[in-house]
Design a protein around this ligand. Sequence first.
Ligand SMILES: Cc1cc2nc3c(=O)[nH]c(=O)nc-3n(C[C@H](O)[C@H](O)[C@H](O)COP(=O)(O)OP(=O)(O)OC[C@H]3O[C@@H](n4cnc5c(N)ncnc54)[C@H](O)[C@@H]3O)c2cc1C
Length: 325
Amino acid sequence: MILVIAEHKDNKLKSITSELLVFAQRVSRDFGQPITAVAVGAGASVVAEELRKSKIDRVIVAESSELGEYNPDAYVQILSAIIEKESPFLVLIGHTTQGMDFAPRLAVACRKPLIAGCVEYEKQGDRLILTRQIFNAKMNMKTAPKGEPPFFATATPGAFPADELEAGGSAELVTFPVSFAAKPRRTVLERVEAPKGKTDLSSAPIIVSGGRGLKEKANFNLIFELAEALGASVGASRPVVDAEWLPREYQIGSSGQTVSPRLYIAVGISGAIQHLVGMQTARCIVAINKDADAPIFKVAHYGIVDDLFKVVPALTRICKDLKQA
Ligand SMILES: Cc1cc2nc3c(=O)[nH]c(=O)nc-3n(C[C@H](O)[C@H](O)[C@H](O)COP(=O)(O)OP(=O)(O)OC[C@H]3O[C@@H](n4cnc5c(N)ncnc54)[C@H](O)[C@@H]3O)c2cc1C
């Protein structure tokens, strides 16, 4: 069995959950393993209904008045009890702030290794080989978990396409009785959301991003105009933010936001590794750069080698015309 730990907030599933389910559906096809999703905590029964719409076999709900907001100690206690009872083959968790908070504790509690930040997997004979990115995504490492299952893995956001989730299941709903052998050692007093820009880039479906190739702040209007015509959000490379053309929350890359939109248009961005690690999981990357040898073209699906000051206004015009047509 493949156990997918659903991530949710305010009675809604987070997009990483769909990505984990896609990961699970692929592994399920290759290894002939059924899929069970687990929803823990406040709102679990609400999101369970959403989970049941996917093509999976079961949904386990662990909800109680004692278990309110996310708490790592409580999660580990409940999930290790579920894992002991279910003996899964693979446990999938999001490589998100929350996932990385409890996944290592859970793996240690079950005395199993954790393969963190997976972006792909393969089947070699009967063995599951997990691929993770290392050294700021400069290299991929293939890892075969040792010993007996369960194997624990976290999946990097954006690595598995949420829109490929197969629907159409009528998963069985199972309630798991929540009881705590020990009182959680930590109490979450308050959740303070980090201030965000106008848009949360991490969940933006289309991003138009500008770099130093725009030459000066005033020219960034070209990016905003194209973004508006496309209904997209705006992002930037670090030099743009360092030069104070835009606030820090627009920055994409290793020291900025990590994004995985359906479409990423990089305008006047060279494609330094620190930028690539923040956007290379985008489904479709379009690069506009006058230098045909710019590294951004190595990850781009489509490239336009030309002067951005010619190309961007033309693209904006076409998008506006198409909207009016
Ligand atoms: C510790 C560390 C962390 C970092 N974190 C980040 C990060 O989070 N995000 C990030 O982006 N960077 C980060 N950087 C910086 C990174 O190394 C690069 O310097 C940066 O990404 C380059 O930004 P750029 O592509 O906009 O500029 P450049 O590298 O200067 O590229 C500008 C591009 O525009 C093109 N161009 C110029 N004029 C035109 C024109 N008229 N038409 C078309 N194309 C044109 C050029 O050919 C060039 O490819 C970090 C660096 C370090 C050391």
